[in-house]
Design a protein around this ligand. Structure first.
Ligand code: FAD
Ligand code: NAP
Length: 316
């Protein structure tokens, strides 16, 4: 075993379920990890309300509370946190150099858990009511709309898939799309078209979401782009399904990505193409994008890093 001269053995970018799970495992393996919290401390779950599908919470838990508990669990094992965003990584390692706007650190292993962000329309009312009648995740929140009427914005495969899924719970689902042509595949469109619970509003945009945090959403202001006519459209919930963007701008041209910008670890592991670098959570997951799958790959990344460090004969 040789002593490392780097500032850290393991550094983790991101404090969502993936980053914090990686931190718990790395800390318990005595690797003294450093976590960069980034622009959204706690990650995506901090902008939602009830999380009912994270195992271990029989009656569900509020998203921010879940992340708070994970943070406290990290603190208990001595994880160090930097409340800052990483703006540059020097990939000529290991050791790698990780930089914020004011400081830099060296690290033997780097776990990238920077997540993905749901694309939003950009309305203030959409932001205000996120988690209170507005959602970006049908799998997460569809259950809350049993017997209710909801709308889905988008014309791609995500919108078709979310709308079809929502018909399991909602009494009516209206797909609102700004054009008549769809990006979705023919098969997905056909499946939605054949579903008797799905209705369509094409050439239409959502200009405002009406509701309150206390009572949820009750209507949308819709604009018909062909006629300019405005309409108040009654719904109980709005699902935004206009795509996601993985937070990978920092790694463009440095690490292989798919056409949507998701990182591509070696299948069956979290290892990236540069030895000593790992990806966990939504940043490398186009398909599932769930808190539990993010936490699972966070665990995998810490174990991968621990074993690789041991194989390199490096200790704290
Ligand atoms: P994220 O949670 O996205 O965290 C990414 C982290 O990376 C953040 O802390 C951010 O600050 C940090 N970061 C980004 N860039 C940098 C940088 N340059 N430097 C340092 N740090 C950086 N899933 C469920 O299982 N159940 C649910 O009920 C559920 N509800 C949801 C509701 C909403 C409204 C949304 C948006 C998502 C929901 N999800 C739910 C999905 C779930 O939140 C994600 O799958 C999960 O948070 C992904 O975890 P992650 O750690 O990979 O990334
Ligand atoms: P996408 O294909 O980029 O489609 C996004 C849709 O949202 C488009 O219809 C777009 O409208 C609309 N949109 C974008 N910004 C908008 C805005 N500000 N206001 C209103 N509408 C807006 O994204 P995606 O549907 O998430 O799919 C991404 C990729 O994942 C695709 O390759 C898709 O095939 C894949 N995917 C596959 C499956 C599956 O096969 N099961 C499921 C989900 C996703 P315009 O068309 O007018 O631009």
């Amino acid at each position: 075993m040789s002593l490392s001269t780097a500032d850290r053995l393991v550094t983790i970018l991101g404090s969502g379920p993936a980053g914090l799970t990686a931190a718990i495992y790395a800390a318990r393996a005595n690797l003294k990890p450093l976590v960069f919290e980034g622009p959204q401390p706690g990650g995506q779950l901090t902008i939602t309300t009830e999380v009912e599908n994270f195992p271990g919470f029989e009656h569900g838990i509020m998203g921010p509370d879940l992340m708070d508990v994970m943070h406290k669990q990290c603190e208990r094992f001595g994880v160090d946190f930097e409340y800052d965003e990483v703006v540059e990584v020097d990939f000529n390692g290991p050791p790698f150099i990780v930089k914020t706007r004011g400081k830099s650190w060296t690290t033997e292993a780097l776990i990238i858990a920077t997540g993905a962000s749901a694309r939003l329309i950009g309305l203030p009312s959409e932001k205000e009511l996120m988690g209170y009648g507005v959602s970006a995740c049908a799998t997460c929140d569809g259950f809350f709309y049993r017997g209710k009427e909801v709308a889905v914005v988008g014309g791609g495969d995500t919108a078709m898939e979310e709308a079809t899924y929502l018909t399991k719970h909602a009494s009516k689902v209206t797909i609102i799309h700004r054009r008549e042509q769809f990006r979705a595949s023919k098969a997905m469109i056909q499946r939605a078209q054949e579903n008797p619970k799905i209705e369509w509003k094409l050439n239409t945009t959502v200009d405002e979401v009406f509701g309150t945090r206390e009572k949820g959403v009750h209507a949308l202001k819709l604009r018909n782009l062909q006629t300019g006519v405005l309409e108040e459209f009654k719904v109980d919930g709005l699902f935004i399904a206009i795509g996601h963007e993985p937070n990978t701008k920092l790694f463009a041209g440095k690490l292989p990505m798919d056409e949507s910008g998701y990182l591509l670890p070696t299948p069956g592991s979290t290892k990236l193409q540069i030895p000593g670098m790992y990806a966990a959570g939504d940043v490398a997951d186009h398909t599932y994008r769930q808190a539990i799958s993010a936490a699972g790959t966070g665990c995998m990344a810490a174990i991968d890093a621990e074993r690789d460090l041991a194989a390199r004969g490096i200790e704290a």
